[in-house]
Design a protein around this ligand. Structure first.
Ligand code: FES
Ligand SMILES: [Fe+2]
Length: 424
């Protein structure tokens, strides 16, 4: 566990900034709160670091961050995945700058201290210059605790955190449903694109569970669709819902008929997938074509895993806090690993259409997030309202919080967890 660095804001002050139906704007722009978040949230809970398809073979690695700290996710020669801090034990230089690759180990570029895939120290140049009690065992890279579920790899600094299984809890069945996008193949990942926006990380956390903005901000996207797809994406008056899954996680079901991609395989093939279905029909049975085509369109829901991963229709959206007013977003498109090239190509085209840098979705979202940040810091006297759909709180199956698709139930779930962690 990381040591507490600062303790200026009392628990009661922090708790007062999050009420049941609103949070204070200082949560977006107070430097001190941001530092506490890095310590009390990103320093203590499970943080998503990679999908296993990004490191399939021994020696494969990706670099990432856990909170503000650079980290390396690497698979060792025995197949175990490790997460090490990307900080040399000599004078803290990052030992790896590549975004991904394959390596037998890591050699620091400054003075050449070297580390094995499992983080243990291999050696130092000119060892005779150190006293006889210099022990390599004292200088391994700092390693985090690692656990994974359904291909999602998480790491934590906290040895006392509950197991990942317990942490994910009621989110697990939704992860299983999300992974049906493999269409009979394992879920893989294609490349990613990343961008930064000048705003606090929680603005993005809220967004993945915000259906309310969809027809407003994404009007140009809706206008770019054929009539059938436009109807599908006009889901605000449908039967969708948002459910609090506990521990800050939530699911927002936009298109209920696309929750389980292995059901309704005999439903008519939508217009926008007809060409793909015809292409696949040359090599695959009718049932396989239907399963693949249905999976290509993605799940009909967004699953928000607190604090940094959204499994959003057909891609992973990963957030990384950079500073109180800056956040990095990565969009990682999902593929069918070993699946038909035509299906994966169609996936990417759909991804680009909404999420891509020139797409009809993300650039519009980013503009809205930037405006929230700008307005939120313009004065001290405002609250961020999260009171849409409070009637559903406690009224879902088994007494869970569940509101209709445009309810702000998911945001309240995230801020409830935020409050618990920040005042613990
Ligand atoms: S900082 Fe890494 S070897 Fe000196
Ligand atoms: Fe959006």
């Amino acid at each position: 566990m990381q040591e507490a660095l600062i303790d200026k804001v009392s628990d009661s002050d922090l708790g007062a900034l999050v009420k049941e139906d609103r949070v204070h704007t200082s949560l977006y722009n107070d430097e001190h709160i941001f530092k506490l978040e890095m310590e009390k949230i990103f320093g203590r809970t499970w943080v998503w670091v990679a999908h296993e398809s990004e490191v399939p073979n021994p020696g494969d690695f990706v670099t990432t961050h856990v909170g503000l700290q650079p980290a390396i996710v690497v698979r060792d020669k025995r197949g175990t995945v490790h997460v090490h801090l990307n900080r040399c034990r000599h004078r803290a230089a990052t030992v790896c700058e590549a975004r991904k690759g394959n390596a037998k180990g890591f050699v620091c570029p400054y003075h050449g201290w070297s580390y094995a895939q499992d983080g243990s120290m291999l050696g130092v140049p000119l060892p005779k210059g150190y006293s006889s009690d210099f022990d390599k065992a004292d200088y391994a890279l700092v390693s985090l605790r690692v656990e994974s579920y359904a291909g999602l790899i998480f790491a934590t600094f906290n040895d006392e955190a509950p197991s990942l299984d317990e942490f994910l809890g009621r989110a697990k069945p939704w992860i299983d449903l999300f992974m049906k996008q493999g269409g009979g193949y394992p879920v893989g990942t294609s490349g990613e694109h990343k961008f930064r926006f000048p705003g606090n990380w929680k603005i993005q956390l809220e967004n993945t569970t915000d259906a309310y903005h969809f027809p407003i901000v994404h009007k140009s996207f809706l206008n770019s669709l054929d009539a059938q797809a436009e109807e599908l994406f006009s889901f605000l008056d449908g039967d969708g819902f948002v459910e609090d899954l506990g521990n800050g996680h939530s699911v927002m079901v936009m298109i209920p008929e696309l929750v389980d991609l292995e059901e309704n395989l005999d439903a008519p093939i939508p217009e926008r997938f007809k060409e793909l279905a015809e292409e696949l029909a040359a090599d695959y049975s009718d049932e396989e074509v239907r399963r693949i085509v249905r999976a290509v369109g993605g799940s009909g829901f967004n699953l928000n895993l607190f604090p940094n991963l959204a499994c959003s229709m057909a891609f992973f959206r990963v957030l990384r806090p950079v500073s109180v007013e800056e956040t990095e977003i990565r969009h990682i498109a999902i593929t069918m690993d070993g699946g038909p090239e035509a299906a994966n190509r169609k996936r990417l085209r759909l991804h680009e259409h909404f999420q891509g840098p020139m797409g009809f979705g993300s650039p519009d979202d980013a503009e809205a997030w930037e405006r929230v940040q700008r307005g939120s810091k313009a004065g001290p006297d405002m609250w961020i309202m999260l009171n849409r759909g409070t009637d559903g709180d406690g009224n879902g199956p088994g007494g869970v919080n569940r509101g209709d698709v445009s309810a702000e139930t998911g945001m309240r779930a995230a801020y409830d967890m935020w409050k618990r962690m920040m005042t613990a």
